[in-house]
Design a protein around this ligand. Sequence first.
Ligand SMILES: NC(=O)c1ccc[n+]([C@@H]2O[C@H](COP(=O)([O-])OP(=O)(O)OC[C@H]3O[C@@H](n4cnc5c(N)ncnc54)[C@H](OP(=O)(O)O)[C@@H]3O)[C@@H](O)[C@H]2O)c1
Length: 216
Amino acid sequence: MSPALGILGAGRVGTAIARQALRTGHDVAIAASGDPADIDLIVEVMAPGARAVTAAEAARTGDLVVLAVPLRRYATLDPDMLAGRVVVDAMNYWAETDGHIPALGVARSSSEMVADHLPGARLVKTLNHIGYHELETDHAPAGTPDRRALAVAGDDGAARAGVLELIERLGFDAVDAGPLAAGVALEPGTEIFTGRHDRRALERLLERADAAQPTR
Ligand SMILES: NC(=O)c1ccc[n+]([C@@H]2O[C@H](COP(=O)([O-])OP(=O)(O)OC[C@H]3O[C@@H](n4cnc5c(N)ncnc54)[C@H](OP(=O)(O)O)[C@@H]3O)[C@@H](O)[C@H]2O)c1
């Protein structure tokens, strides 16, 4: 059975992920920051079949919980609510809209900063390096030549494995990128972020990024 998805963020990305998850048989609960009644209509139109719920309920009921909120709002995510949960970080840092975030260090993945804020969460980074509209247009059945690949980075092996399965079910080749710190190779400005890659190309780019990584 497909795991239930809880999605935090009912904007472009949250509703696009919800549609694809619903298409592939997942139960989806989606939340914004306030009263679920405020997003009832958005959810009904943009992700019919998903349930509009509170953030706490999305976190509680999702086997996997997706973060699809602007990165500048990361500190509003409740660490207690996400403790012990497998959490998919689909967020990106955009200085123009997110402003300066002091906790973001140089050469550090934004997901490492998010992990510091959510110490109990089993954080996995993926779905950040595909446009929300491409989730709709680029999915394909397994075995399709040149099927688009998405990378998955996280420190918890079992959580990463669950998310790799999710990516495959959504219609993409899932590539294991290793630890969360490796997620820096999937962020805005990188070749992985700006392009569309199949499995071989993505694996090659990850290897190259790993070789270029300074030892920390
Ligand atoms: N645009 C893309 O193609 C793309 C692709 C991959 C990843 N991303 C990343 O995905 C993230 C979301 O982008 P977006 O374009 O979907 O943003 P968006 O359209 O502005 O939507 C943001 C959503 O997050 C909600 N939110 C804010 N704080 C929250 C909280 N604490 N708990 C629950 N919900 C909360 C907002 O609800 P309220 O209105 O109630 O605050 C809103 O529903 C960003 O980090 C972006 O960089 C974007």
